[in-house]
Design a protein around this ligand. Structure first.
Ligand SMILES: [Zn+2]
Length: 173
């Protein structure tokens, strides 16, 4: 299942690098890494080497999301977390360091000192209109591709999906 010896997460999956493995499932691991923002942070790690979110097969992504939800429950119940942040660093521009998709589940408490907050700025009408115009057409196309079950224009959909994945590949760290 693992195919990348240079990938830190693949070496964990292969058992060649130490990590606290809390759960070893068929498709993914739940681990506690030695490098974490706060004690109790869990990482949901698909065993398959998928570099970024867009490469992860839908079914695996659904399993990862469901597992992150369960990991969050564990943190609430066992560590008394008051909240959790579910974080995906998708692409180098978003701070992704290891080229292998993973979901971080971070336990939170009031006053824990973690600075994951950012202040949203109010978008002006122009900014909003321009952004919406830029994204609207692609949104219809891509959201239908990703989630629609029947694909009447199968050929066309597959080609544009490939094209989209190629674009996504440019973001691989
Ligand atoms: Zn990997």
């Amino acid at each position: 299942m693992t195919d990348n010896k240079a990938c830190e997460y693949c070496t964990i999956v292969a058992g060649e690098r130490n990590a606290e493995i809390l759960h070893d499932g068929e498709q993914l691991l739940v681990i506690a890494k030695d490098l974490a923002l706060i004690p109790g942070q869990l990482t949901v790690l698909p065993k398959e080497h998928c570099t970024i979110l867009e490469i992860v097969p839908e079914e695996l992504l659904a399993t990862a999301a469901s597992t992150a939800n369960k990991a969050s429950t564990i943190l609430f119940e066992q560590l008394g977390a008051q909240g959790t942040n579910i974080l995906v660093q998708n692409g180098t521009g978003a701070g992704q360091k290891v080229p292998h998709f993973a979901m971080e589940v971070i336990p939170r408490r009031e006053g824990d000192g973690l600075k994951l907050n950012w202040t949203p700025q109010t978008m002006g009408d122009d900014d909003l209109d321009i952004t919406a115009a830029q994204l609207k057409e692609a949104s219809d196309k891509i959201l239908q591709q990703k989630f629609k079950k029947e694909e009447p224009q199968k050929e066309e959909v597959n080609i544009s999906k490939e094209d989209y994945r190629l674009k996504a590949l440019r973001r691989i760290p």
